[in-house]
Design a protein around this ligand. Structure first.
Ligand SMILES: Cc1cc2nc3c(=O)[nH]c(=O)nc-3n(C[C@H](O)[C@H](O)[C@H](O)COP(=O)(O)OP(=O)(O)OC[C@H]3O[C@@H](n4cnc5c(N)ncnc54)[C@H](O)[C@@H]3O)c2cc1C
Length: 339
């Protein structure tokens, strides 16, 4: 290609912004635009606690690809956490425990045990840290990406490299058919409508942000209980309600979250609540990272999909983004219909 390729990314959540920065790095001279109808605190990404910890069901099209997404993502975040930008981008290392009273498999994670620097069984003494009855446990070190800081940092970095950011709501990819050589679809849960994709399902998550500066470690317990200290406060979670589109805060969920988290750390009962929040995780198995040539009458548009990260979009945005960039490069060089 002689002229600068034009790449349009739809979506300004963690997946869209991270993929946009990777395009700028890997396709020199490309003219890159981000188009979105929601930014920063309006996105699902903003609700995430941002811990690097894929669930064991997180899945790409095959085991090899899943592992590659996870390990490339770790490398990417690990480079950033070691850079001078880390505090501005909201990155920090985080260590903690995962405990269960019932199920030994809950405390294992085959996707990250060989990736993060520490992942080991908890000792008998450590199993008593959060009170009696915990039978199984692991200690691990991972990292945390605070979206409240990362999203504006990534947008600023993108703009500083001549990226273009536009507020735009699209009804269909045909709206953009004449504007870009390739479009990357990072629209999260909205791909359900944009791509008529019923495999994409919301998993509703509710959290409480509390002021508890004495909490310096992560704790996970049974029934989706988690305590994750970040830059702003401590995130207490959570819920995982399949196929629920309800974005309202539920007081019964909030009470359940506080009960389960204060069973782990009783002092949390007295912590000041900063806010309650709800988000819909865009769950799809497998996550869709795939090229498609869309036909609109006599026109065609090359689209690279990158959506469906469920509860692990912060964790795996860099790995899936790299995969999407690879397909974009192939699209720019060839006319293949399915990659
Ligand atoms: C309670 C909770 C806790 C979580 N904790 C973690 C965690 O600790 N670690 C982790 O890895 N993940 C976590 N997640 C999951 C994570 O938040 C998601 O996987 C991630 O935010 C998905 O990012 P995204 O960029 O795909 O989507 P989004 O953040 O939803 O962004 C979608 C973007 O697409 C744009 N868009 C959509 N449709 C259109 C349209 N028609 N026209 C124009 N623009 C459009 C939107 O405006 C938006 O900018 C959590 C989620 C929840 C709800």
């Amino acid at each position: 290609m002689n002229k600068a390729p034009k790449v349009g990314i739809v979506g300004a959540g963690v997946v869209g912004l991270t993929t946009a920065l990777l395009i700028q790095d890997e396709i020199k001279g490309a003219q890159v635009s981000i188009l979105a109808d929601k930014f920063e605190n309006e996105t699902t990404s903003f609700v995430a606690a941002g811990v690097f910890r894929p669930g064991t069901s997180f899945s790409g099209p095959d085991d090899g690809t899943t592992k590659q997404w996870v390990s490339q993502s770790w490398d990417h975040w690990n480079d950033l956490v070691m850079s001078s930008d880390a505090p501005l981008a909201g990155l920090t290392y985080l260590s903690g425990y995962i405990f269960s009273k019932r199920n030994p498999s809950v405390v294992r994670n085959h996707l990250i045990e060989d990736v993060v620097p520490i992942y080991r069984s908890a000792t008998e003494e450590e199993l008593k840290i959060c009170g009696d009855g915990w039978k199984y446990g692991s200690f691990f070190t991972t990292l945390l990406v605070e979206s409240r800081l990362y999203l504006p940092w990534a947008k600023k970095k993108f703009l500083s490299k001549d990226g273009i950011v536009r507020f735009k709501q699209i009804q269909s990819f045909s709206d953009l058919k004449n504007d870009y050589d390739v479009i990357i679809n990072c629209t999260g849960l909205n791909s359900r409508e944009l791509c008529s994709d019923n495999k994409l399902v919301p998993i509703r998550g509710q959290i409480i942000k509390v002021e508890a500066p004495w909490v310096k470690m992560a704790f996970y317990g049974d029934y989706d209980a988690y305590i994750l200290p970040g830059f702003e406060g401590v995130t207490l979670g959570g819920t995982r309600q399949y196929d629920s589109f309800n974005l309202d805060v539920c007081k019964y969920d909030a009470a359940g979250i506080m009960d389960r988290c204060s069973e782990l750390l009783p002092a949390l009962r007295k912590a000041r609540v900063i806010r309650h929040a709800v988000g819909l995780r865009p769950h799809r198995s497998p996550v869709r990272v795939e090229g498609e040539i869309m036909e609109f009458g006599s026109d065609t548009t090359k689209v690279v999909h990158c959506y469906g990260h469920g509860g692990y979009g912060v964790t795996c945005a860099p790995g899936t983004g790299k995969h999407a960039v690879k397909i974009v490069k192939q699209f720019l060089m060839t006319n293949q219909s399915k990659l």
